[in-house]
Design a protein around this ligand. Structure first.
Ligand SMILES: [Zn+2]
Length: 474
């Protein structure tokens, strides 16, 4: 590619505290509009904000997990602008002294690790929500004052796929910390992108545009992809890229201009006079550091070492903390890590994906899951049948034993019972028998297949092959 994209992402994440960032109002989602408001979050005169300690600790946690330098001294600032969803006409944010700076996050690119710089992590309050109806607009202030974390990457991202991988990795880390669900479809995580293109080898950056309105990780990747092609085409035609904000239209698969932005907007930031500066001293830093869980990439390495798993399996199993914990719990019950990994990465994750559910939402305890695997490993039930049993277990909440008994689907390994079916198959497939005896070794697999079909997958295929072979060779 002759042109190199230069991309920086700005991510906003709602923190899942039970109360707002500067008042005691509930943050519960889906309540009656304007039922979770008070003088503070409505910006009425004469009331003072008080910082939510938990939101602050959550923010520091994320900054630490992203390898940021934690500010010993940090403060809040007013970002002044007028908008109907912002009752104070300013947003309390952080300007020149954010709580975290100069971190990084690693993504994997074709087997290599690429480090993406994190420029800053800061805390701010969310605005309200406008709802446009036919001839008027309504405003709901329930969201006003919900704690938001802003995470700004350095322009180290060079392709839409890298942007996608960065978001996946960021989401995994924040979910591991338990401070947000990072659900982009629900607006818990929002992402804007700055993008420009330059000729390969040029040191000077091109003019950038800002992309907004993407509401899925895939949407971010598609919007960037479109925007790169649009900018390259302009440059190829000797036209110039205009610095502007563009919105992504997911239906039409294109970006369109929202407003031109010749100069950076001047928000007239100044220190928030109603909040004191905050000190994050060494002791507080130590305390928060101690509370950090093992993070996905460290866990992945440990899984490879401790359980001798492939990189692929270790990566899948640690993609979500719940899945990783489930796996480790199962290993304690049944110390055959590779067998478990195989089952989890294959059948179990497939069930989760097809149902679009999280592991915790499934009707499946590790004990029951391990029981099923044990039965399959011991040959009590064939692997094919066991997959169906797993599906039934999830649907009904019953144990593997109950389902196998009720459906009468134990694996048949008893030679006498198998011989009966095998004799019928031999009689019905004279041509394949002749082929096999004539030297076509493969023909026997066809016969095994027929036995499996006749037994509704209950026959033990290993035993079938053995008996068939000895019978035909006679
Ligand atoms: Zn309030």
């Amino acid at each position: 590619m002759e042109y190199q994209p230069v991309i920086g992402l700005e991510v906003h994440v709602q923190l899942n505290t039970s109360t707002k960032i500067f008042c005691g109002c509930s943050t519960e989602f889906g309540s009656q509009p304007n039922s979770q408001v008070c003088p503070v979050c409505l910006g009425l005169p004469g009331c003072l904000p008080v910082l939510n300690k938990k939101a602050f600790a959550y923010a520091v946690k994320v900054a630490m997990a992203l390898n940021c330098r934690i500010a010993e001294y940090t403060k809040f600032d007013r970002k002044n602008y007028f908008y109907p969803d912002l009752p104070k006409n300013y947003q309390i944010s952080q300007y020149d002294l954010p709580l975290g700076e100069d971190g990084f996050l690693n993504i994997r690119q074709n087997g290599n690790i690429k480090r993406i710089g994190i420029r800053r992590v800061h805390l701010e309050e969310d605005a309200g929500k406008l709802i446009h109806v036919s001839d008027s607009s309504l405003v709901d202030f329930n969201r006003t004052g919900i704690p938001l974390l802003e995470i700004v990457s350095c322009p180290d991202i060079n392709s839409p796929q890298e942007a996608y991988d960065y978001l996946i990795s960021l989401k995994q880390i924040i979910r591991y910390l338990g401070v947000s669900s990072c659900d982009m479809e629900k607006g818990i995580l929002r992402c804007d992108a700055n993008i420009s293109v330059k000729r390969q080898g040029d040191s000077e950056l091109g003019t950038k545009t800002e992309l907004k309105n993407m509401n899925s990780f895939r949407g971010v990747r598609e919007a960037l992809d479109f925007e790169i092609r649009r900018q390259v085409k302009l440059l190829e035609n000797k036209q110039r890229v205009i610095q502007e904000t563009r919105l992504w239209d997911a239906q039409k698969h294109m970006t369109y201009s929202m407003r031109t932005k010749e100069e950076a907007q001047d928000y007239r930031y100044f220190p928030e006079p109603d909040l004191p500066p905050f000190i994050i001293d060494a002791e507080m830093q130590r305390e928060i550091k101690k509370s950090l869980p093992e993070l996905p990439q460290a866990k992945e390495l440990r899984f490879i070492q401790d359980y001798q798993l492939s990189e692929y399996y270790a990566h899948l199993l640690t993609s979500d903390r719940e899945i990783a914990d489930f796996f480790e719990y199962c290993v304690k019950l049944y110390p055959q890590a590779k067998v478990l990994a195989n089952w989890m990465c294959g059948s179990l994750l497939a069930e989760l994906n097809s149902r679009n559910l999280a592991l915790g939402e499934l009707n499946l305890s590790p004990e029951n899951f391990v029981d099923l695997i044990r039965l399959a490993q011991e040959g009590k039930v064939s692997n094919v049948v066991a997959k169906g049993v797993l599906r039934d277990m999830i649907d009904t909440g019953q144990t593997a034993g109950e389902i196998i008994q009720k459906k009468n689907i134990s694996q048949i390994s008893d030679p006498d019972a198998l011989k009966e079916i095998i004799d019928i198959v031999i009689k019905e497939n004279e041509k394949s028998v002749r082929d096999y005896l004539g030297g076509r070794e493969n023909a026997i697999m066809f016969l095994v297949g027929q036995v499996m079909r006749k037994s509704k997958s209950k026959a033990n295929p290993k035993a079938v092959l053995e008996i068939l072979r000895s019978r035909l060779n006679k």
